[in-house]
Ligand binder design. Structure first.
Ligand SMILES: Cc1cc2nc3c(=O)[nH]c(=O)nc-3n(C[C@H](O)[C@H](O)[C@H](O)COP(=O)(O)OP(=O)(O)OC[C@H]3O[C@@H](n4cnc5c(N)ncnc54)[C@H](O)[C@@H]3O)c2cc1C
Length: 338
């Protein structure tokens, strides 16, 4: 099928969509700032109205659309492809323009390493490049799956084409089953990226706070590594909170210890929600967001916040930061892992 032209009636912009792309990926590839967040059908941030033309819907039951959205004829740009030229009405904004437009490449699995009992690091080498901002994610096309999965990058951009991911095994998860049980070093996957808006803001003068919940470790490791590489930690402090359920799930400290300034400029604070009754865990307990205010030496609004993890954690953090502590939305950058 030839490339099809899509016009956004809201701002007059046009872009073309090739045969493999969704509307969202095509728009971002063209450098346009179509509103979006997860790229995986979960958040609903890329909703649009179809004014003219025909589309196909890749995942009709995607949870990002409510019954009311469906009744009103709304669609998700991350789950739709054009079948004819289209006119749509979609929200756009400068904050959604990708710093590096995403590209598709092939990536070969070169190594794996267990981080905890259920989080494993997967290292891929891509055919062309590893250009991304710290904190971004890529869409992986795994063999036999038919739909992509989003995974955050844990390393930083490099000239060797290396993309590292830290992935938690999900019970009965189709993608993680392929990754953990079937994929072997030397096997290849499709890699499309970078995506995501929660990247490290190097221009911010504020101290940095990273909060990772469970498999949210990867993008926060990337942010911390990126901040160190960019020389930001000469002037600023970075506090890294890790929220785990069990003491045995606690991880990430080794990656931070390898960075210059650990112990002075960089602090690591693990928080465990189910410490058990044996008294073996002597660190902080509770939900990770509850530990933040008491552990920071100055007002929360003086910090730049990055966080990633399950939607209930990101929701609790948003409320805490914006409602309770008045942190401006522009200082809050997060990914919800659907
Ligand atoms: C922005 C972002 C970043 C993420 N980063 C990480 C990370 O760094 N580490 C990590 O462990 N996890 C991460 N995740 C979660 C990850 O993408 C997967 O949801 C998780 O690994 C479970 O996948 P699964 O295939 O094993 O489970 P499944 O239950 O088989 O699939 C779950 C996910 O697959 C997608 N999906 C399912 N069915 C369809 C369909 N028919 N069409 C299209 N999509 C479908 C949906 O996104 C769904 O949430 C991230 C998620 C997002 C949105």
């Amino acid at each position: 099928m030839a490339a099809l032209t899509i016009q956004n009636a809201r701002d007059g912009s046009t872009f073309t969509q090739g045969p493999q792309d969704t509307l969202l990926r095509a728009a971002l590839r063209a450098g346009l700032g179509l509103a979006h967040e997860c790229n995986a059908g979960g958040c609903g941030a890329c909703k649009f109205e179809l004014l003219e033309g025909d589309i196909e819907t890749l995942w009709p039951d995607a949870p990002g659309l409510s019954a009311r959205d469906r009744q009103r004829g709304r669609h998700l740009a991350c789950q739709c492809r054009a079948l004819t030229p289209l006119t749509i009405k979609a929200q756009t904004g400068a904050e959604y323009v990708p710093p590096t437009p995403p590209t598709r490449q092939t990536a070969r699995l070169v190594a794996t390493r267990d981080v905890t009992a259920d989080i494993r690091e997967f290292r891929f080498v891509a055919s062309e490049h590893a250009r991304f901002a710290p904190g971004q994610f890529a869409m992986l096309d795994l063999p036999g799956l038919g739909s992509s999965r989003a995974y955050s990058v844990s390393n930083t951009a490099n000239g060797q084409g290396e993309w590292h991911f830290q992935i938690r095994r999900v019970a009965n998860g189709r993608g993680t089953q392929v990754l953990f049980d079937e994929l072997q070093p030397g096997d290849t996957v499709g890699l499309d990226g970078p995506y995501g808006t929660a990247w490290l803001r190097t221009e911010s003068p504020r101290d940095i706070v990273c909060v990772a919940g469970g498999s949210g470790l990867a993008p926060m490791a990337s942010i911390a590594r990126g901040a160190a590489e960019a020389g930001l930690l000469a002037e600023r402090k970075l506090t890294f909170f890790y929220g785990a359920r069990l003491p045995s799930d606690v991880c990430g400290e080794d990656m931070l210890r390898a960075l210059p300034g650990f112990g002075q400029q960089i602090r690591y604070i693990p928080v465990v929600s189910m410490p058990g009754d044996d008294g073996a865990w002597t660190g902080r307990t509770g939900f990770v967001h509850e530990a933040i205010a008491g552990a920071l030496p100055s007002a929360l609004a003086d910090h730049e916040f990055y966080f990633a993890g399950p939607p209930p954690m990101t929701q609790a953090l948003q409320e805490l930061l914006m409602v309770t502590h008045g942190v401006p939305f522009e200082q809050i950058h997060f990914d919800r892992f659907f």
